[in-house]
Write a protein that binds this ligand. Structure first.
Ligand code: ATP
Length: 442
């Protein structure tokens, strides 16, 4: 499929099936934000849950945190965001559109109106959203919506370290909303002004930084492939020295081959001791760590894998989207759309489908649904032909359909249909939950 088509089809499917809606749509939309619908919220939660499981649950060297979005403004002075969290902004003198100077086409022509040499000089534009705390809107009460979750972790380094008694190397992970006043939001949920990050700060003895940086690059790349993104749609791209953030000695991006080209999914950075040193300086608190074993004191270096929940969700959707020919029950061939999502990410795990709305089939289906519901997210669909209902489940990635037919009333068994192979197995009702559980890994 031509790649612009792929994007259109995924955006269209997302809208049509309640994955992602344009924000404030009844007011004409808000362009820079999106809303996750009933199936989208499940998909995104599963993405975040898979991240949390890999980063926190399955490790004994990472703990979690949920810090506030609004923080003391001094945090952003210390971190360097007030002074340097900027993008270079240019205006087109001809059409007045604004662009990021570092994203202009090589031709020098305005991407909006085509005018040549029409840009103003670049000026730095700070991406942090400002607001006021309390009733008085003056300079003394300015606060910022956090542009990254990381600083909430750094300012809690001491709290977490002393309460958990973790020693470097150890990490603190957090999932939460961040806000950036992006000059050019776009490409669906790829770049928005409100988004969700999944970040982990890994604190290590200074000399071990480079080794842990390599480790986390490998681990994070593997996370995406294990959850089903083909390796040829991913790459790890080290930053050039002139691309590095103000705090970093080494950064590599995990990039995905989006329909418009390679783009960042996640950044892995060696932030050195920059943040803890700055916060120690600005707060007057000692944020060093005393290493009892070796009787030495040091400020830990930090390796940060910083991922976006929205970009990851989009990448999983794009990689999963397939259109293919499939045989119908009566021996014909028809086109089907299928989201080959890893079952762990699929919004619903099982759909319960009575063959018809027959008064005997519906109560049995309800009984089955009640039992399965306590174990998995499920859907029950009664409307339309069974073939059509399979297609509807395929296109939102439901791994299994359980069909209740007239034989069920006699043999107390159902048909379990696999989304990918479309193979159907007869499974007795008393084995059904266990059967599905075995085929749906945690
Ligand atoms: P970009 O270069 O694309 O602006 P960045 O390098 O500024 O991204 P980071 O600061 O490294 O991004 O943020 C970590 C992750 O947060 C990104 O890899 C991305 O997944 C996510 N992210 C950052 N900005 C946005 C945004 N505006 N919309 C959606 N996700 C974002």
């Amino acid at each position: 499929m031509a790649r612009p088509d792929l994007m259109d089809r995924v955006v269209n499917l997302a809208k049509r099936r309640g994955l992602v809606f344009p924000s404030s749509e009844i007011y004409g939309g808000f362009r820079s934000t999106w809303d996750y619908g009933p199936l989208g919220v499940l998909l995104k939660r599963n993405v975040k849950e898979a991240w949390w499981r890999a980063m926190v649950q399955l490790r004994d060297d990472v703990v979690g945190l949920d810090s506030a979005i609004l923080m003391a403004p001094r945090v952003w002075e210390a971190s360097g965001h007030v002074a340097t969290f900027t993008d270079p902004l240019v205006d087109c003198r001809n059409c007045q559109e604004r662009f990021r100077a570092d994203q202009l086409p090589a031709s020098g022509a305005c991407p909006n109106c085509g005018a040549k040499d029409s840009f103003t000089d670049a000026r730095n534009f700070n991406l942090m959203f400002k607001t006021y705390v309390g009733p008085v809107e003056d300079a003394a009460n300015v606060a910022y919506l956090r542009p990254e979750t990381a600083q909430g972790i750094f300012v809690n380094f001491q709290n977490v370290q002393t309460t958990t008694r973790k020693k470097p190397p150890f990490g603190i992970a957090q999932i939460g909303k961040s806000f950036r006043n992006e000059i050019t939001p776009g490409n669906f949920v790829f770049r928005t002004r409100e988004f969700e990050q999944m970040e982990m700060e890994f604190f290590v003895p200074p000399e071990d930084g480079p080794e842990w940086f390599e480790y986390w690059c490998r681990e994070r790349f593997r996370w995406y492939t294990e959850l089903g993104i083909p390796e040829d749609q991913l790459r790890l791209r080290p930053h050039d020295p002139d691309e590095l953030s103000h705090y970093s000695t080494g950064t590599a991006d995990v990039e995905f081959d989006y329909p418009w080209g390679w783009g960042e999914l996640e950044g892995i950075a060696n932030r050195t001791d920059y943040d803890l040193t700055k916060h120690a300086e600005f707060s007057g608190q000692d944020l060093s760590f005393y290493d009892q074993e070796n009787d030495r004191r040091y400020v830990p270096h930090v390796i940060e894998p910083a991922a976006g929940a929205d970009r990851a969700t989009l990448a999983f959707l794009l990689a999963a989207y397939h259109e293919e020919e499939a045989p119908t029950a009566d021996g014909k061939v028809e086109k089907r759309t299928v989201l080959r999502l890893d079952p762990r990410l699929a919004p619903n795990k099982v759909a319960v489908l009575p063959l018809s709305k027959n008064e005997k089939l519906v109560p049995v289906s309800e009984e089955i649904a009640t039992d399965l519901r306590s174990r998995f997210m499920i859907d029950v669909d009664l409307a339309g032909s069974i073939g059509r209902r399979y297609r509807r489940q395929d296109e939102v990635g439901t791994p299994f359909c359980v069909t209740v037919d007239f034989d069920t009333l006699d043999d107390r068994a159902v048909t379990v249909r696999d989304r990918d192979s479309m193979q159907q197995d007869r499974v007795s009702l008393d084995r059904l939950a266990a059967h599905l559980q075995e085929r749906l890994p945690a």
